[in-house]
Ligand binder design. Structure first.
Ligand SMILES: Cc1cc2nc3c(=O)[nH]c(=O)nc-3n(C[C@H](O)[C@H](O)[C@H](O)COP(=O)(O)O)c2cc1C
Length: 367
């Protein structure tokens, strides 16, 4: 997979998830394997230029966290350009521009989805960034503002003309929020609109089969995965294997899920300190637990941890409690096993509506 001058080892990308795609999560996913390029949470260009400590924390990285893209948002061309130049000087591999953020705070200042309705202005802003740096500039967008305004194909073509290296497209409109299903035809329309740059499809990919369906039916060059990686940090590695061999690897065993969860916590503590890292982990651990089988005892208590010792207490008593649900080989008895994941666009619409992937709560509930 080629992104401008950047050679990637896989065509699978980690989508930006504000509040989640921090250094510890990215390192955890990279250790599990299969990620071609990981992205930070969105970062305000002006805050970055002002060296605001929160913005600097969002771009914190490490040697094992490569290649790394930083996602910027903003609507002032000079600020976006200077922020890209600054990121290039730090060794960041590529810069992504947020055009698909439906949060009011971002749209009000002309960034995010608002950019999709002002094509010339946006193309000029992007051109200024492309001309100022050698690293690839990419953009991430939705299909358009609403079903009557599916502007993504036109915008993608205009952005290719000013030199963007790739387009990430979430197959929903701004109006849809996170409801409804992914519009694969809408993604295909973007693929068909550009001449040669890669288009990366995104939305509701929770299994290797879903990634393959998105690639096959839209002609996109790669797939970007967000919430699917919460449930399943193995999704990149398993998808890569499936795309190469057609073979589906077995789901990771419970012990492996617990091992990776503990590693994730260790990295959170390393990067954010014990108290803050553990408090942040309160919203992360329940995502791992969604694939544990019965886990209410764990979920109730893990949202109160403030130290690693407390976490391990919670985990140990959960492991004892969970024994009642397993057979003599330590496997969950069939009736306690979580239902297999199926992507929204691989289900009947009625079922897809019922089984939407939750949008995590927290500072990002408006996404
Ligand atoms: C909690 C949360 C935070 C998000 N933060 C960002 C962000 O910072 N920038 C962005 O472009 N998209 C953001 N998104 C959108 C995702 O990158 C992605 O496009 C969307 O979740 C669909 O992909 P998925 O179904 O694989 O998660 C966010 C989504 C969620 C649920």
């Amino acid at each position: 997979m080629q992104l401008g001058p950047l050679q990637l080892t896989s065509n699978l990308f980690l989508s930006p998830l504000a509040g989640y795609t921090n250094l510890p999560f990215r390192l955890t996913l990279r250790e599990v394997g299969g990620v071609g390029l990981a992205t930070t949470d969105l970062v305000n260009a002006r805050s970055l230029l002002e060296k605001n400590p929160k913005a600097l924390k969002l771009i914190e990285t490490a040697p094992a966290d490569r290649p790394l893209a930083v996602q910027l948002f903003g609507s002032v061309p000079e600020e976006m350009r200077d922020a890209a130049v600054y990121l290039e000087s730090l060794g960041v591999a590529s810069v992504d521009i947020n055009m698909g953020c439906p949060v009011r705070k971002v749209c009000r200042v002309g960034g995010g989805s608002a950019m999709m309705t002002e094509m010339d202005k946006t193309a000029n802003l992007v051109k200024g960034m492309v001309q100022a740096v050698k690293i690839p500039i990419t953009t991430k967008m939705r299909l358009g503002w609403d079903d009557q305004n599916l502007t993504a194909p036109d915008l993608a073509r205009a952005l290719e003309a000013v030199g963007v290296a790739a387009i990430f497209i979430h197959g929903r409109t701004r109006e849809q929020g996170f409801s409804g299903t992914i519009n694969l035809d809408g993604i295909r329309a973007v693929v068909e609109a550009v001449e040669q740059i890669p288009v990366i499809g995104n939305g509701d990919v929770t299994t290797p089969e879903a990634a393959k369906k998105m690639l096959d039916e839209t002609g996109c060059a790669g797939v970007s995965i967000g919430r699917g990686a919460f449930y399943n940090p193995w999704i990149f590695q398993h998808t890569l294997h499936f795309l190469k061999t057609g073979e589906l690897l077995p789901e990771p065993r419970f012990e492996e899920r617990v091992r990776v969860m503990c590693r994730h916590l260790d990295l959170m503590v390393e990067v954010f300190g014990e108290g803050h890292g553990c408090r942040m982990f309160r919203k992360v651990a329940p995502w791992y637990a969604k694939r544990f089988g019965p886990a209410n005892e764990f979920n109730k208590r893990v949202v109160q941890i403030s130290s690693k010792a407390e976490f391990h207490d919670v985990l140990e008593s959960y492991l004892r409690w969970r024994r009642q649900f397993v057979d003599e080989n330590g496997e969950l008895r069939p009736r306690f096993q979580p239902a297999p994941m199926v992507a929204s666009f691989m289900q009947e619409p009625e079922v897809a509506r019922r089984e939407q992937i939750p949008v995590p709560k927290g500072p990002v509930e408006v996404w």
